[in-house]
Design a protein around this ligand. Structure first.
Ligand code: NAP
Length: 308
């Protein structure tokens, strides 16, 4: 099959490309960075260099493809995340329609239907194509964004470490905190991007008649259990995941100069996880869990943590 993978060599798209190439498919990977061309070709795929903001580029790249994996990269520089996501989803929808693509697998998330402005799943509804929406849980790779916080570095880290239960950690020199407006004893579905890639690879080859939604997870546990696994791997078994209120989280993000609308969106997404509704929806869909345990990922995480 001729398959288009968006998301460059990102967390999901790299292992997805490797799998699809190994299965003998003709894969084209979209990247906005010309410097990635060699690395994409080294995987046995073709590179299409351009932006998902460019409908003409997308249309030309999608023409003749049997299936497309469509993802919208998160942007932490956009003032209004919801508006940006709608723009990119519209771009995809326009290009997929124009190119006449029959099979589309769209990356979404397990809180998508619980947040007001950011849910773009409906943008794909009017396409005359077979559509599957992927709703993965919280990525293991998100822990990489917390390395500075765990090390007690960074503005939000310092502010909140002083203000909350990290005082003990600071006094004893045992810096080590994760935090968010979900955390503590909240039960969360964590997921390895490799397991998501396997699920997307499976879906791209199917052709369901009806629009389908597929939840993806690797392991469910409380945030503090996750902190223990990550903490133990890096030699900080006391690592805790502090649960903040929505207001505190918003205040911290504002102090870190995150644009206001974007900060509100991030708080809303995390609140959907804290509420337990995302977990309820996940359980209702009864998906089979993936193979990669958090303890497997923690070894990779530890190697990166100690290099930084
Ligand atoms: N993190 C979570 O917990 C979570 C949970 C649920 C759902 N999700 C969803 O999962 C997706 C993230 O997937 P991922 O982690 O595999 O992605 P990723 O690792 O962030 O990679 C995305 C890649 O897209 C490329 N890109 C950025 N802007 C582009 C543009 N304008 N045009 C073309 N390519 C561009 C970049 O590579 P180049 O520099 O090479 O272009 C970037 O590395 C998002 O849609 C997110 O909403 C995430």
């Amino acid at each position: 099959m001729k398959i288009i993978v968006t998301g460059s060599l990102g967390n999901i798209s790299q292992p997805l490309t490797v799998t699809l190439v190994a299965q003998g498919h003709q894969v084209t990977v979209i990247s906005s960075d010309a410097k990635k061309q060699t690395a994409i070709e080294a995987l046995g795929a073709a590179a299409a260099i351009g932006s998902i903001a460019d409908v003409g580029f997308l249309t030309n790249t999608f023409r003749g493809a049997d299936a497309v994996y469509a993802m919208i990269p998160l942007s932490f520089t956009e003032q209004d995340l919801g508006a940006y996501m709608h723009r990119m989803a519209q771009n995809y929808a326009e290009a997929l329609k124009e190119a006449g693509t029959n099979r589309i697998v769209v990356m979404s998330g397990w809180v998508a239907d619980l947040v007001k402005d950011e849910n773009v799943e409906h943008v794909f509804d009017n396409l005359d194509a077979s559509i599957t929406i992927m709703r993965p849980g919280s990525f293991y790779t998100n822990f990489y964004q917390s390395i500075d916080l765990i090390k007690g570095r960074g503005f939000i880290g310092k502010f909140l470490t002083l203000r909350y239960s990290g005082l003990w950690a600071l006094l004893t020199g045992k810096t080590g905190l994760l935090m968010g407006n979900y955390g503590g004893e909240d039960r969360i579905v964590f997921v390895s991007p490799k397991d998501i890639a396997d699920a997307v690879a499976e879906e791209l080859l199917l052709q369901p008649q009806e629009k389908t939604i597929r939840y993806v997870g690797s392991e469910e546990m409380t945030c503090n259990e996750a902190a223990k696994i990550i903490g133990t791997a890096i030699g900080k078994p006391w690592l805790k995941w502090v649960l903040l209120s929505d207001k505190e989280m918003l205040q911290g993000l504002k102090m870190a100069k995150v644009p206001e609308k974007l900060a509100e969106t991030l708080v809303e997404m995390q609140a959907a996880m804290h509420s337990g509704k995302a977990l309820e929806n996940f359980h209702q869909s009864k998906p089979k869990m993936g193979k990669v345990k958090l303890s497997d990922f923690a070894k990779e995480f530890a190697a990166t943590y100690h290099q930084k």
